[in-house]
Write a protein that binds this ligand. Structure first.
Ligand SMILES: Nc1ncnc2c1ncn2[C@@H]1O[C@H](COP(=O)(O)OP(=O)(O)OP(=O)(O)O)[C@@H](O)[C@H]1O
Length: 305
């Protein structure tokens, strides 16, 4: 279990009791994730083993800048893959290629054996890739619950037109979406913040809400872009626990993170980029001792995010 006592305001003895009662959280009270909540979904159960996502010789140029230079790697179903590298190495650009924000200049990406081609962002979400952002992108004037429901909407089969024609299915989907949104909020420790506006949530809760919203799209692959940025060590430890629990419930996770302790502690494999090129790939112990990786990071603060 994550350390639920960290960041305490001196109310530890009552914290356990508060999780199950109906008292709203005080503005500065820390939310407690509940990783025992079942957030697994049919979509991710029994997925075929092997390569879920394949990045094949991807190059992306922005004018004179080569952000990605012939990058190839894959993510296996059910693993937590770390994508690391110094600032400007091309990590976020890689996420952007995988989620339809950018088209590669050459090369391509396959997901579950299907080329992403020129699919739009929402089509890629439907295929099963969800992401969070380095700079939090919530709907700040919507509640935490509404933010998660927006994520769930991305997955519903009934659009506006069909919703009118097929009201029953639409209602069913709405009900299911609401139940799932509450489950996800509970999992993230945000249940008691459900009705608060996103902009009023403490920073850490906003970061967790982004993950809840991404999970609401029922992704097969969850891509987290620096989810621990700005976290203290206790919050990082708790986040590691959450990420492991997300994977244990069937999701595949791709993690961009600057904090080496977190990356080494939670990932199964790591891909390292530097100046847009892949310079190493392997299990954490291999990466830690890889001379090219050590050289790339030499003089770079581990927490330089
Ligand atoms: N839209 C863009 N237009 C021009 N250049 C860009 C654009 N996006 C990224 N770049 C450049 O591409 C390179 C890779 O950037 P990217 O943001 O992918 O790196 P990163 O590894 O995610 O870095 P960080 O750890 O600092 O977030 C950088 O040189 C960056 O300036």
């Amino acid at each position: 279990m994550p350390d639920t006592t960290a960041g305490s305001s001196g109310a530890d003895e009552t914290r356990g009791a508060r999780v199950d009662d109906d008292t709203p959280l005080a503005p500065d009270e820390e939310a407690v994730p509940d990783t025992s909540v079942d957030i697994s979904v049919e979509e991710v159960a029994d997925l075929p083993k092997g390569k879920m996502l394949e990045v094949d010789d991807v190059t992306l140029r922005f004018g004179g800048v080569t952000a990605l230079d012939g990058v190839s790697f894959h993510i296996n179903t059910g693993e937590i893959l770390g994508l690391i590298g110094p600032n400007g190495a091309g990590k976020t650009t890689c996420f952007n290629v995988m989620t339809g924000v950018y088209q590669p200049t050459s090369g391509g990406v396959k997901f579950m054996g299907e080329p992403l081609g020129r699919r739009k962002k929402f089509q890629i979400t439907k295929m099963g890739i969800a992401r969070t952002f380095q700079n939090i992108r919530l709907f700040h004037n919507m509640t935490a619950l509404e933010n998660v429901l927006v994520g769930a909407d991305a997955h519903h089969s009934t659009g506006m037109g069909s919703a009118l024609l097929r009201l029953r299915k639409h209602h069913e989907e709405e009900k299911e979406g609401m139940e799932r949104a509450y489950e996800l909020l509970k999992f993230m420790g945000l249940e008691k913040r459900a009705d608060e506006l996103a902009r009023n949530l403490p920073y850490g809760d906003q970061r967790r809400l982004e993950i809840a919203r991404a999970l609401a799209t029922n992704p097969k692959l969850l891509c987290l872009d620096e989810p621990a940025a700005g976290f203290n060590p206790a919050e990082k430890a708790r986040l590691m626990e959450l990420i492991r629990s997300i994977r244990d419930q069937g999701y595949t996770v791709l993690l961009i993170e600057h904090d080496m302790k977190l990356v080494m502690g939670v990932t199964d494999r790591i891909v390292v980029l530097e100046f847009g090129k892949k310079i190493a790939e392997g299990v954490p112990s291999e990466i830690q001792n890889n001379p090219a990786v050590i050289a790339a990071y030499l003089g770079v603060d581990e927490d330089a995010s």
